[in-house]
Ligand binder design. Sequence first.
Ligand code: BDP
Length: 717
Amino acid sequence: MALLACTGSAHAEDGYALWMRYVPLAPALAADYRTQLGEVVAPDQTPTQRAAREELVRGLTGLLGRAPRMQAAAAGDHALVLGTPQSSALIAPFRDEMASLGDDGYLLRRTRIGGRDVLLVAARQDIGVLYGVFHLLRLLQTGASLNALEVRESPRVRLRVLNHWDNLDGHVERGYAGRSLWDWQTLPEWRDPRYTDYARANASLGINGTVLNNVNASAQSLAPDYLAKAAALADVFRPYGIRVYLSARFSAPIELGGLKTADPLDPNVQRWWRDKADEIYARIPDFGGFLVKANSEGQPGPQDYGRTHADGANLLADALAPHGGVVMWRAFVYAHEVPADRATQAYTEFFGLDGAFRPNVILQVKNGPIDFQPREPFHPLFGAMPRTPLMLEVQITKEYLGFATHLVYLGPLFEEVLQSDTRARGERATVAQSLAGMAGVANIGSDRTWSGSHFDQANWYAFGRLAWNPDQSARDIAADWAAMTFSPDPEVVAPIVDMMMASREAVVNYMTPLGLHHLMARGHHYGPGPWVDGGPRADWTAVYYHRADRDGIGFDRTARGSNAVAQYAPEVAAKYADLAQVPEPLLLWFHHVPWDHRMASGRPLWDELVARYSLGVRQVQAMQATWASLAPLPGNANASVERGSAPLLGSIDAQRHEQVAAYLKIQLREAQWWRDASVAYFQSISGRPLPPGEATPPHPLAYYEALQYPSAPGDGR
Ligand code: BDP
């Protein structure tokens, strides 16, 4: 037995199982749960019902050490009852009180039925039952009490969607987790079992949609052979409540249809898209719709024909409407010809189109006005388009936050934007309150860990949990994730959560403190590049954003400068525009400030900037120390399996511990590189001495400027 456990664990802790490891609980706890749950009564007539049953059996078998007894009808004293009013006579009496749960909601309840003690996992639809099963398993994995259990859950956001920036050749744009999961070459015949595990992981979070291909789309993905492949994936995902969407290239009528134009007002173009939609729905009856990047970074779009974004979006919306599909039209646009502050361009473009879109168009807006930086203020379109459903787009893959090797938990970043108060119409109105959807640019690939590192799994996880309920706390989500991913032992969870919660501030400090942004190296964005200048366009350089000179640093976005502040509601604008009120973390986003400006710490800005860079490095050292304290105890390389029977406090399995420790070494080296290169550069501009106690960068500026990484992963192409 011990030997078996041992060999099993050699592969078990490679990260593949994500937060669904289902390793044995401590024996006393497992015995307690076994008694409380009793036999399982669950329907198995539909694919989703079978998925719920299978997950439950897999979870209970792993966690409680033996397979549950499955019954057709309740017989014993205790039963765990799954179902909907249609699928289970035991659930039918709860129909009315479940009316308000919606199609995806569920009820977990400990109650008595006919003299039996039962635990219900009840919902109006099969998919709700599956979501409820995952919730119950999470409770068991985290060691929660089932006494008096009463949970009512419904998603607060309708569209909870992953965006894969995957090309048809397997390259993932901004991907740091290997190649694309989709093996287009072997689809549709070969349905890799990994596709099912992908669907399980998403369903465990309530994610209900996936865009399979890159927003920089190839028209080819709408060709018949690729639609057949997408249909195969849709078949695999369907039982898990996940709809397939495709990124649509606006010029596809030309490239695939042989038309001379893609003008949205041309009847032939309109007919082409209607026919294409009919063709797609014939293959994928529950196809979700299109995601479109148009007239942005060289992509084709309606403006090529003198039309508006609304004309373009409505063209596709009309084609999809008869089938119930939606268009997710991206607001990430900035024109080549426009010299205006890039942070203002999306708002300028879309604000006036409020009310001009069809009802099945959703505008997909990035969290901030520039581009997935370690910190940005919320995008001014939030709260500004009351007649247009908006979807928040965040980047789960860490293009600008150290790729997969830096431990950065994005929960606090997501939470910060979701809880931003837009003060729309002068009242409290958070970004979270108004969302029709949430899109996360996936960090998933063929890597055995799925996400390129063990801790990057937490970012997928946090995205999904927040998309279900954007008011949840990032800290609570981290605690659930750490308990399920490593161990429910509080001595493991607490330090890991502290480390995760501090990690986002650390990366802000060592890369872009005090509201600085876009200082990464050109193109691949790997490493520091505050000196980046010249090239095809000013707003692809770092100097455009930091505007450092002999006198000061920062982008003046007040009325004296680009006046980007004016795009926010008056109260927000007033706060950001006022040097005395602007939150210090956004200072240099909105203001150009003299180097000797007095900061909250009492230090001059120059000293504060250098101090922040050094603090970021020390924060990574602190993460390393925390992680070292969780090292497996000597002689217990098999710690996680052992823990099931004999808790080993403060210890996690050797396999994952080692990799995380190695990645933290990379992170520390690179944080130091960021600090040294940035300090050397900004000192060359400010001409000021380093504050006392601050180490001189080990190399001259020219050394950092000369470093080249032409093969850094994930580049766009
Ligand atoms: C930028 C990426 C680029 C994407 C673009 C987008 O560098 O690869 O294509 O965003 O969101 O962050 O369209």
